[in-house]
Design a protein around this ligand. Structure first.
Ligand SMILES: [Zn+2]
Length: 119
């Protein structure tokens, strides 16, 4: 790869994509709220609406996590059926498509730590 590849549309798109993935860290599943950065996320965590959501979560964390896990699994398999019905495909490819939907269930809200564990 030459030095100038850095400026190709493809390289730029890849960088934007990589940035988008970083942003996944600042997502609150309980409120379905995406924050811009660490600071925004901290502010969100102190907000009253978030505290209320966390109280709901605290009353029944197991049920909520397993609910998100089921939803994650169902949506993931749906996506595979829809787009990769007749082909073998790497799970990471499906996962990348999956998280393109900004309202997807985030993995850190499920019972699985990693994609490998989920598979
Ligand atoms: Zn929240």
């Amino acid at each position: 790869m030459g030095k100038n590849d850095f400026l190709t549309p493809k390289a730029i798109a890849n960088r934007i994509k990589a940035k988008g993935l970083q942003k996944l860290r600042w997502y609150c599943q309980m409120c379905q709220k995406q924050c811009r950065d660490e600071n925004g996320f901290k502010c969100h965590c102190m907000s009253e609406s978030h505290q209320r959501q966390m109280q709901i979560f605290g009353q029944n964390p197991d049920r909520i996590v397993s609910g998100y896990s089921e939803e994650f699994e169902r949506n993931f398999l749906d996506l595979m059926k829809r787009s990769h019905r007749f082909s073998r495909v790497a799970a990471t490819v499906v996962y990348n498509e999956f998280i393109n939907d900004r309202h997807h269930v985030h993995m850190n809200s499920t019972q699985w730590e990693t994609l490998t564990e989920f598979l």
